[in-house]
Structures are given as C-alpha cells and as structure tokens.
Design a protein around this ligand. Sequence first.
Ligand code: SD4
Length: 322
Amino acid sequence: FSSPPLIINTWSGPFTAATNAAYLTLSNSSSTSLDAVQAGCQACQTNQCDNTVGFGGSPDESCETTLDALIMDGQTLNAGAVANLRRVKDAVGVARHVLDYTQHTLLAGDQATQFALQNGFEEESLSTENSLRACHEWRSNNCQPNYRSNVLPNPLSSCGPYSPSSTSLTQNNIPNPSSSDHSHDTLSLLALSPSGSMAACTTTNGASHKIPGRVGDGPIPGSGSYVDSTAGACGATGDGDLMMRLLPCYQAVESLRRGLSAQEAADDAVRRIIARYPGARTGIVVMDNRGEHAAAASGWEFTYSYRGKGMENAEVVVVKAL
Ligand code: SD4
C-alpha cells in the first residue's frame, strides 16, 4: 500500500525514468492523472527504454519499427489508442489526441499516421542503426525466431523454410527468444491522484520480427491496460498475441470490484492465461483505488516500479513467476 500521488508501472532499470516523470507531473497540482501517465509514457518513448518502447526497436519482418499505444481515463472510461502507427515517434501523444479530440477509441496504420500529421505531429523514420542491425542479423540467422508456421512461406528471400524443431516456440507457436533478447518489454503505467482520480497508459514497439501489420495487446483497452476509478487499474506486458485473448487487465479490475485484493486479482488474471497457454510470458501490475498495489507474472522474472507520496525515488519490486 502507498499513499497517492502514486505511480506504478511495469519493469525497472530505464523504466524508472517513466515512474519518476509521471510522479513529478502528478505532484504538480495543476496536472491530472491523465497528464501524469502521458508524461511517464513519453519519458520512455524518448529514452527508448530497453529498445522495446519507442522508435528504433523491435523491427518487423520488413525492418520497420511501428508503435502501439493506449491512454485511458478512469473517471470517464474514455480511451484513445493507436495501433501499428508508422513514422511518428510520440505514439501516446497521438493516442491522447484520439481521446481528447475524437469520438473514436482506436486508429490504426497509415491512417493513424495521417491523423497525427494533420494534428501537428512530425513525420520521421522510426528506424535506427540498431533496429536495422537487429533486423539484418535476424535475416542472416534465417529469420529465427519467426511468427509464421512452417507451412506459411515468408516472402523475404533469405527466410525459411522453417522447421518447428529449429526454433524455440511456446506451446502456441509464439517465438520464445532467449531472456537476453529484450524483445518483450512494454511500458504500462498507472496513476492514482490524491483526489482519487486514476489513469492508465501503455506504449510499446511490440514484438520483434512480427509480420507487418501485426497489432499486439498494448493498444487494446482491457488488455494492454485498463482503469476504472470506481475499482482500480491494471497494466500488462508480455506475449501480447496470447494475452489479448483473455483481456487480463479488464479481468483484474473487475476482480477488484468484486472484492479481491490487488495481489489476488493479479494472480487470478495471470493464472487464467497460463492455464490456457503454459509457458506464456506475462507480467501485470494491479492497483486498487486506495493505493494497494501488487503484480503477478509467468514465464520470466518480472519487475515493477512504483513511487508514492513522500518517496524520493522509484522503488523496484522483483516478482517471482507463478
Ligand atoms: C506485444 N505485449 O506487443 C507487447 C510486447 C510486450 O513485454 O509487452 N513486451 O505483444
């Protein structure tokens, strides 16, 4: 339990820059919890946290980096999101525009880019030397791991044919890169203000070597994150292709509403996923509307960061896999 202003987010290390940016924003009395989560997500987008948030990370099969982001207001349940956003760096900023200035919830692909440009965002390449190198290394490694089954040809001439035994796949044919490959670290961040208002955001460049056009769990309300200040909030990271089928964050927030503790709600949401998909890598953070927070994870060692009232800096919690 921590007193508000309170920020909690997935991961640690460079991700604590997001915790601190959001906390400082929320400590300023003229800022809302929505402003705080946006500032936190933008900090990681700018810093390219672990190369898994923002530009220059997780290139798709064609070497392009695309972005998914969601921002949600726990007072109104209004949400704005972008999926497969191309050539615009500030994905959560564009998602905030969708929330503030449209009746829609989710814009995707090149048309999301057009919307961003019409609203003053800059068009720039999301590739860097690092992301291009990662893509070329993947191709020279015969495109392993990959997201296509061994019967689906890859149009890239240097790829395939695949054999399932030559790559490490989770039970549902999801590549399982070694833990040194930081291809699965999304920022999901939650805020609780002293007046009890809550907000949530998620920002990510998705999964490395995905098929172009793939959208993960990040921009889906209830999956990447979810918030309802009458109950609480949740943020997720992990194997989005699996997690988005079970809407773990909607599940966790509704569990809080039904009286489960934050820890029970987090454990329950993760257990539902691994019951279907043993080995799935998941990590979720959950916070109720009084400031009790907890996390649960599977398939890897997960960490989360938080900063509450009176704390000088973000603290990190290590979470054992279920
Ligand atoms: C995705 N869930 O696009 C994201 C990736 C991720 O930790 O969370 N990595 O599937």
